[in-house]
Design a binder for this molecule. Structure first.
Ligand code: ADP
Ligand code: MG
Length: 275
């Protein structure tokens, strides 16, 4: 079982400035593991795909047949229509709740203020032990809002030639946020997903990403998530990997990764408190 949750809710994001690398899938699975230890909220800020909303609920929410459901409330209603943030939260189960997304979320812009979002998040920190934020691939207002409230960020990479570039670009965004709206945002570590150690490209990319993580003052998680069929299937069943294939290699890897994440959160907090 995971460690006891820390008293005040932690805010983190598994993110990257690149599509298809496994951000939403990872948030779903990590949130699912964290929910064994405490209350978890997922905030979907990806209006382009709203994929975590779809992965978790399918078309059970709303009436539309695609995953751009227009008839649900999102963070945009909180920003623009003064709807209370508690009223846009949907339960996935008893311990995982979700603020869903639809196409409206792509219209977040500079009028949707960071200070207001911070206040909302601070209120949610009193209710949830862990808050995980999912963002779209291309950096936009969702990224700025997310990075402005995160305690920790976990970039996710694949063993492909686009990942080092994406990581460099993400690091620039993080540096900018540190100078403007959130000096305290820290890397928790970098996670390698869809790894296949049989290829030379994968090994070479792993080397490059290790060097970059060092440069950015962080390190990779020991646990890598390998390419696996169960990870492409579980989202279609709207179940986490622990529900869909609890004995799979993927579930074992995600459990190890989630434990490592919790350990690093603990270590960094202790360091901060000078213990
Ligand atoms: N380790 C993995 N092995 C195989 N498929 C994966 C793995 N991780 C994620 N996927 C699949 O890759 C696709 C993209 O994942 P997703 O989490 O939606 O990416 P992102 O949110 O970064 O755009 C999904 O179909 C997902 O099921
Ligand atoms: Mg996604």
């Amino acid at each position: 079982m995971p460690n006891e949750p820390i008293k005040k809710g932690k805010v983190l994001s598994i993110l990257q400035e690149k599509g298809g690398c496994g951000k939403s899938c990872a948030i779903f699975n990590i949130a699912s593991y964290f929910s064994r230890a405490g209350k978890v909220l997922i905030i979907d800020l990806d209006g382009q795909a709203a994929d975590i909303t779809y992965y978790m609920f399918g078309n059970k929410v709303g009436e539309s047949t695609d995953n751009m459901r227009s008839d649900i409330m999102t963070i945009v209603d909180v920003f623009r229509r003064h709807i209370n943030i508690d009223d846009v939260i949907m339960p996935y189960n008893e311990s995982i709740h979700v603020i869903p997304a639809n196409i409206q979320v792509t219209y977040l812009n500079e009028g949707d203020k960071i200070t207001f979002f911070k206040k909302c998040i601070n209120h949610l920190r009193e209710i949830y032990d862990y808050i995980l934020i999912d963002v779209p691939p291309s950096p936009n207002r969702s990224h700025v809002l997310c990075l402005s409230v995160c305690d920790f960020v976990i970039p996710i990479v694949n063993p492909d030639s686009a990942s080092p570039k994406a990581l460099i670009s993400l690091n620039e965004s993080i540096e900018e946020i540190r100078e403007t709206s959130n000096s305290g945002v820290e890397y928790l570590g970098i996670v390698m997903n869809k790894y296949d150690g049989r290829t030379n490209l994968a090994k070479e990319m792993l080397n490059q990403i290790e060097l970059l993580s060092d440069k950015f003052g962080t390190c990779m998680f020991r646990t890598m998530i390998h390419q696996g069929i169960a990870l492409s299937e579980h989202i279609l069943m709207h179940q986490s990997i622990f529900e869909y294939a609890p004995k799979s290699k993927a579930a074992i890897e995600y459990e190890a990764l989630a434990q490592e994440i919790l350990e690093r959160i603990n270590d960094m907090e202790q360091e901060e408190m000078g213990l």
